[in-house]
Design a protein around this ligand. Structure first.
Ligand SMILES: Cc1ncc(C[n+]2csc(CCOP(=O)(O)OP(=O)(O)O)c2C)c(N)n1
Length: 319
């Protein structure tokens, strides 16, 4: 798997900008009370979903976490319908019922964010099993935080995937925090790759750098498609904000937050694109302006959508 083409590199930048700006906007509207429930943003972690999803087709699957906006955007979700869903509106992907934490789009293989830590891992593993059983050549991706790797579901799924040589890539975005607990409190190991090796699953740990992630993800997706089984990629990422929007982060301290914010995978990538002349300053400005306008449009669409009728509340449920 070589370097991405210029077209892919620019597309990856656009998508990272889209995730960053969409979540900045979401933080703003959520803080005003326009979105209810909890909101977990992935600002600082945009490189992983983009580097991984650049190798996936619509037919491939992804199952994610409570911090799943970035993966949905990188897998190509329609931003207007996603915003409508987050606003709890009728025209949203799940009729306004899922909100942020269960956002899904079956047509693009987005099997859902998940409010249950580790909940997406067996779902993606099941999708990979189905793909292998049906010989469809689809690949599944499961993303999760390092906190989820202490869950039984993680271990059962990895064991099963290894035995069955399933076409799946496990991606652990290790941002160093599981809710309010640092890595060192709940894990005796330095890297999540050690957990994969216990199941004889090849594993690699990469920096929060979109090109490095792209390269490793390319190999892992190829391995999966060739029938050679699962791979685990750990991305050493940074959570810029609190566990949820509104988290005062007293457990973390101002210094650690400021330190995390000095590591910016989007800015690093932008610098790289400028230095290599892949993009010029005016291209960067144009992309940022276009994406900003697209996000405004999506938010306006969501605001104007009606709320679901109370009479429809019980529709689509298994009772
Ligand atoms: C089964 C389960 N246990 C506990 C929780 C509460 N909870 C929500 S997020 C979270 C931490 C998750 O940390 P990590 O997996 O590292 O993901 P991150 O938030 O860093 O993206 C916990 C414990 C939950 N939602 N589900």
């Amino acid at each position: 798997m070589g370097k991405p083409s210029k077209e892919t590199m620019v597309k990856m930048y656009r998508t990272m900008v889209k995730i960053r700006k969409a979540e900045e906007k979401l933080m703003e509207v959520f803080s005003k009370g326009d979105i209810l429930g909890f909101l977990h943003v992935s600002i600082g972690q945009e490189a992983a979903p983009v580097g991984i999803c650049s190798h996936l087709a619509d037919a491939d699957y992804i199952a994610t976490t409570h911090r799943g906006h970035g993966h949905a955007i990188a897998k190509g979700i329609d931003l207007k319908l996603a915003m409508a869903e987050l606003f709890g509106k009728k025209d949203g992907y799940c009729l306004g019922r899922s909100g942020s934490m269960h956002l899904a789009d079956k047509s693009r293989g987005i099997m859902g964010a998940n409010g249950i830590v580790g909940g997406g891992i067996p779902i993606a593993t099941g999708a990979a099993f189905a793909a292998k059983y049906r010989k469809t050549n689809q690949v599944a991706v499961s993303t999760f935080g390092e906190g989820a790797t202490g869950e039984g579901a993680f271990h059962e799924a990895l064991n099963f995937a290894a035995i069955k040589k399933l076409p799946i890539v496990y991606v652990c975005e290790n941002n160093g925090w599981a809710e309010f607990s640092p890595h060192s409190i709940h894990m005796s190991i330095q890297s999540v790759t050690q957990r994969a090796l216990a199941y004889d699953i090849p594993a690699v740990s990469v920096a929060n750098n979109v090109l490095e992630i792209y390269e490793e993800a390319g190999k892992a997706v190829e391995r999966a498609r060739q029938g050679d089984g699962p791979t685990l990629i750990e991305v050493r990422s940074e959570r810029w904000h609190g566990h949820y929007v509104g988290d005062a982060q007293k457990y973390r301290g101002k210094e650690k937050v400021e330190q995390a914010m000095t590591k910016d995978c989007l800015l690093d990538y932008e610098k790289e694109l400028l230095q290599t002349n892949t993009l010029k300053k005016k291209d960067v400005e144009k992309i940022n302006a276009e994406i900003g306008a697209e996000i405004e449009e999506a938010v306006n669409f969501a605001r104007e959508c009606p709320y679901p009728e109370v009479s429809e509340m019980m529709k689509g449920l298994y009772l």
